[in-house]
Write a protein that binds this ligand. Structure first.
Ligand code: NI
Length: 174
């Protein structure tokens, strides 16, 4: 007997949407209510993120077009609802990858520090001054809420080459 249909134990609750899925190119809508349903979605998103593993995961990446992301850069799990970047400063180059474009990474320059505001799962306002990795994670996840992907930050020949590569891998060369 072959074991092909046996389910893997501890499988992630969500499938991660990959490059080519239109939900990744759609601007996500505001979250209106922070309720029990949203809290359960966040739990499942965190479980999915840890299973990969990833540092951050935005709701559109699991097919939910809402302005919400989860993250853990090594200091514990967090969720931010309706995030906004209100200030940014400096420049920082960092080799960046994305769970929706798995197996690939590019050096991307973005602001080094940002000020992010939003809400936590209790509905309280949060205001975070983030630098380097945390700042990078916030900017990357917020991009997902606006239908942007990391390759959109590349320019010229590097962008062309990156687009060729991702089309080949995720769209079968189209
Ligand atoms: Ni990503």
């Amino acid at each position: 007997m072959r074991g092909r249909s046996i389910e893997v134990e501890g499988e992630a609750p969500f499938d991660i949407r990959k490059f080519g899925d239109p939900v990744l190119r759609t601007r996500a809508g505001e979250v209106d209510d922070i309720d029990g349903t949203l809290v359960r979605v966040v739990d499942d998103m965190l479980e999915t993120m840890y299973a990969e593993p990833g540092l951050g995961l935005a709701a559109p990446q699991v097919g939910i077009s809402k302005r919400l992301f989860v993250y853990d850069i090594g200091e514990g799990p967090h969720a931010i609802v309706n995030p906004e970047i209100v200030e940014s400063d400096g420049e920082w180059a960092f080799e960046e990858g994305c769970l929706s474009v798995p197996g690939l990474s590019w050096e991307i320059i973005r602001p080094k520090e940002i000020h992010l505001i939003g809400y936590d799962l209790d509905g309280n306002e949060v205001s975070i001054e983030a630098d380097e990795l945390l700042s990078r994670c916030f900017q990357h996840e917020l991009d997902h809420l606006d239908g942007k992907l990391l390759i959109d930050h590349l320019e010229g020949e590097i962008r062309k080459e990156a687009m060729r590569t991702v089309r080949e891998i995720f769209l079968g060369g189209l």
